[in-house]
Design a binder for this molecule. Structure first.
Ligand code: FO1
Length: 309
């Protein structure tokens, strides 16, 4: 029986995750989601990457914005703005209900894994996603102006600050949850989705025990960089600021020995066979659902051809 672990964060990761969910039945895949972007905002526990994947798998996602819900209304935010409240982080009325409910459940003592399962089930999702851990971890962006919370960097300051590094506050107290540990014990392959390697994937890999667990498994990653550009988000900009080449080859190098396979876009076909991990070349730019499913199938086929570990 195939048991695929998919590591995802953000919009790009959610696209491939949807493709995998369309192919793999719920008992053959587990989505593990970055929670380093999470933050407490106006008393609410906000989990952007969990919510992006949730709305995507529930077919509720707002494809124009790339985050939040489709058909959203903004009445609460408009009234909040009129009162002079914080409105830089845009919370729609329907989205707010999710944050209010999650915050109440967490305050009642439920774990983030439990609350995520409750919410995804209520939204009709049959696949399972879990946070990378149930303990609070916050991605801190090191910029010239000093360390800053991820959402301040990403949303409030629109990724403008030049980054010099990152750290994951609280990661030392993070643990692999029982659900995640149980899945890892019978996992047959790991897909690192085309998410930001520095702030989405590295946070998941930083959970104590995660790298050790993955080192025993076939791991493939899909490059989030195509032809020297990120499809979405600040990955290429971060790489330039970190003074590393903004290339697919650099992403493969960033993941290092963890990788057995690396999926390149057709625009980077020249790298095929040139990297330490095995490579395949395919269309990795996902515009349609067919693209998402096609890339997911290429990833699953890739495992078949990998040398046995
Ligand atoms: N991203 C923005 O660029 N602007 C926003 O106002 C915004 C609000 C928001 C609300 C809820 C949520 O779950 C995500 C939201 N995002 C917003 C996206 C979020 O910052 C990113 O999806 C992740 O943190 C990075 O992948």
């Amino acid at each position: 029986m195939r048991k695929i672990l998919a590591i995802t964060g953000g919009v790009g990761g959610a696209k491939l995750a949807l493709g995998l969910a369309k192919i793999l039945p719920p008992d053959e895949v587990l989505f593990v989601v970055n929670t380093g972007d999470d933050f407490e905002h106006m008393g609410l526990n906000i989990c952007p990457d969990i919510d992006t994947l949730t709305y995507t798998l529930a077919d509720l996602n707002n494809t124009e914005l790339g985050w939040g819900r489709r058909g959203e209304t903004w009445n609460c935010l408009d009234s909040l703005e009129a009162l002079g409240g914080e409105s830089w982080f845009r919370l729609g009325d329907h989205d707010l209900a999710l944050h209010l409910h999650r915050t109440a459940r967490l305050r009642a003592g439920a774990t983030l894994t439990e609350v995520t399962r409750e919410i995804t089930t209520k939204l009709g999702i049959t696949h399972t996603m879990v946070p990378m851990c149930d303990q609070p971890v916050r991605t801190i962006v090191h910029a010239e102006q000093g360390p800053m919370a991820f959402q301040h960097y990403f949303v409030r300051d629109r990724c403008a600050p030049a980054v010099t590094g990152f750290h994951f506050e609280g990661i030392d107290a993070a643990k692999l949850s029982p659900v995640l540990s149980a899945f890892l014990a019978e996992c047959t392959g790991v897909v690192i989705c085309p998410s930001n390697p520095f702030v989405s994937v590295d946070a998941v890999l930083a959970v104590p025990g995660m790298r050790a667990a993955l080192s025993r498994l076939p791991v493939i990653a899909v490059s989030p960089i195509v032809g020297g550009k990120a499809i979405k988000g600040p990955t290429a900009k971060m790489m330039q600021e970190l003074k590393v080449p903004a290339t697919a080859a650099q992403v493969a190098a960033h993941y290092g020995d963890l990788l057995d396979g690396f999926v390149l876009d057709e625009q980077d076909a020249a790298l095929h066979g040139q990297l330490r991990p095995a490579t395949v070349v395919t269309r990795t730019i996902m515009v349609t659902l067919k693209d998402r499913i096609g890339l997911a199938q290429s990833c699953l086929d890739f495992f078949e051809g990998l040398p046995r570990r």
